[in-house]
Design a protein around this ligand. Structure first.
Ligand code: DOR
Ligand code: ZN
Length: 434
């Protein structure tokens, strides 16, 4: 279907946290944008539009995942931009922000543009995140203005956190001058050498070296001090995949002090603990690692009480042959794009009683706000025609083998999900469902 043809989504219940609408509405998408939102049966310009019957379904802004690894360039055997974004579309995501730990590292406008080229075959919008330093080596800053001009929406060295105070301070200052956020994977890697899971009784039982909580919280506290010292409201620090109560407390305090510090939490960190590693299950190996029950509960609490700005998956595909090795040798990471909505609806909405609108906000409007993605995460007239239509009541069992991602490395294989995506529309094109 051509992107210019119109789509009318009729008979659904529209929930748009951005505009506060939570009511039965019809919506018209035209030329890649939201053209009209009207009471049921009252669309004025819908003549000739393709009709999606959303009776009994929820219509909401397309989800936005601000932390994914799409593996291209360089590791197409794990995932490609085409397969990763197909997984995104199946999971209800219409935009993803792609981490720069590709091969080569995305530290240039050329790679940034390559990732966004139509030849990659992306089903949904890809927003590249540029490396903060050359080769993500933590030494020399990249040209942030050039990265931004090419399409980068933030900078980070992700899995290679910036340890040197001076480099991190310069990164925060330089990024703020061009209006980019700095994302930090908070891990003091001097404290995690040789560690493959969380420190604690499980690591002790398995004979594995553990990562202390302070490796995360210590770096978050250091980064917040740097933000404070810079004394500029243009400086924005975003803490990736927060996993410890101590780090969340530091973010909470920074916000009380009026600093622009935001954070995200991944579904696995509010659902699983290091006990799930069980008998060396490499599908429960990721970085940051699964933590104690107390930390897991703190993540859930922080999501409920509003300290957490966004749910992000840290979708990190790895091939089976890479995961089917000794625990310590297996790479970190699990997939997440196809399970996030179903897990959030089951556990945040149904179990923890978070209103549906808030769950959707954590997956759309709020992540859009974190990275300043204008015209995304809302269905206000004029915004991008990024929409999902889903049945909030259907339970289904996730089978990794049937997923769209190239990789199968998930601890949620066989889990029961709540809420089934019926259609995903990205910039006016149906990219999932028919
Ligand atoms: O679990 C993770 N996977 N953590 C990281 O820091 C990197 C990521 C990956 O790229 O696989
Ligand atoms: Zn990551």
């Amino acid at each position: 279907m051509s992107p210019t043809s119109a789509i009318a989504i009729k008979g659904g219940h529209l929930i748009d946290p951005g505009t506060g609408i939570d009511a039965p509405k019809d919506i018209l998408l035209k030329d890649g944008r939201v053209a009209e939102v009207a009471a049921p049966g009252k669309l004025k310009q819908a003549a000739g539009a393709q009709i999606l019957d959303a009776k009994g379904l929820v219509v909401a802004p397309g989800l936005i995942d601000i932390h994914v690894h799409l593996r291209e360039p360089g590791q197409g055997y794990k995932e490609t931009i085409a397969t990763g974004t197909a997984a995104a579309a199946a999971g209800g995501f219409t935009a993803v922000a792609a981490m720069p730990n590709t091969i080569p590292v995305n530290d240039s406008p050329e790679i940034t543009r390559w990732m966004q080229s139509p030849e990659r075959g992306a089903s949904v919008r890809v927003f590249p995140i540029g490396a903060a330093t050359r080769g993500s080596k933590g030494e020399t800053l990249n040209d942030f203005a050039a990265l931004k001009a090419a399409g980068c929406v933030a900078v980070t060295d992700d899995g290679h956190p910036i340890l040197k105070d001076s480099v991190m301070r310069d990164t925060l200052a330089a990024a703020s001058r061009v209006g980019l956020s700095v994302i930090q994977h908070a891990e003091d890697t001097r404290m995690t050498v040789g560690a493959s899971m969380n420190v604690g009784p499980v690591a002790f039982r398995l004979g594995l070296r553990g990562m202390p909580v302070e490796a995360e919280s210590g770096l978050v506290e250091r980064d917040i001090r740097l933000v404070q010292d810079l004394r500029s409201d243009k400086v924005h620090l975003h803490v990736a995949h927060t996993s410890t109560s101590k780090a969340i407390e530091a973010v909470r305090q920074a916000r009380r002090n009026g600093l622009r510090v935001t954070c995200e939490v991944a579904p696995h960190h509010f659902l699983l603990t290091d006990e799930h590693v069980g008998h060396y299950d490499t599908h429960c190996k990721m970085n940051p690692p699964l933590r104690s029950a107390a930390d897991r509960d703190a993540m859930l609490e922080a999501i409920m009480d509003g300290v957490v700005d966004a749910i992000a998956t840290d979708h990190a595909p790895h091939a089976s042959h890479e995961k089917e090795v000794e625990f310590e040798r297996a790479p970190n990471g699990i997939t997440g794009l196809e399970t996030a909505l179903g897990l959030c609806l089951a556990w945040l909405h149904r179990e923890a009683k978070m209103p549906l609108g808030r769950v959707l906000s954590l997956l759309s409007a709020q992540p859009a706000a974190v990275l300043g993605l204008r015209g995304r995460g809302t269905l206000a007239v004029g915004s991008f025609a990024d929409v999902i239509v889903f049945d909030p009541n259907v339970e289904w069992v996730y089978r990794a083998a049937e997923g769209k991602s190239k990789s199968r490395n998930t601890p949620f294989d066989g889990w029961t999900m709540l809420g089934k995506v019926r259609w995903t529309v990205s910039e006016g094109r149906v990219v999932y469902g028919n």
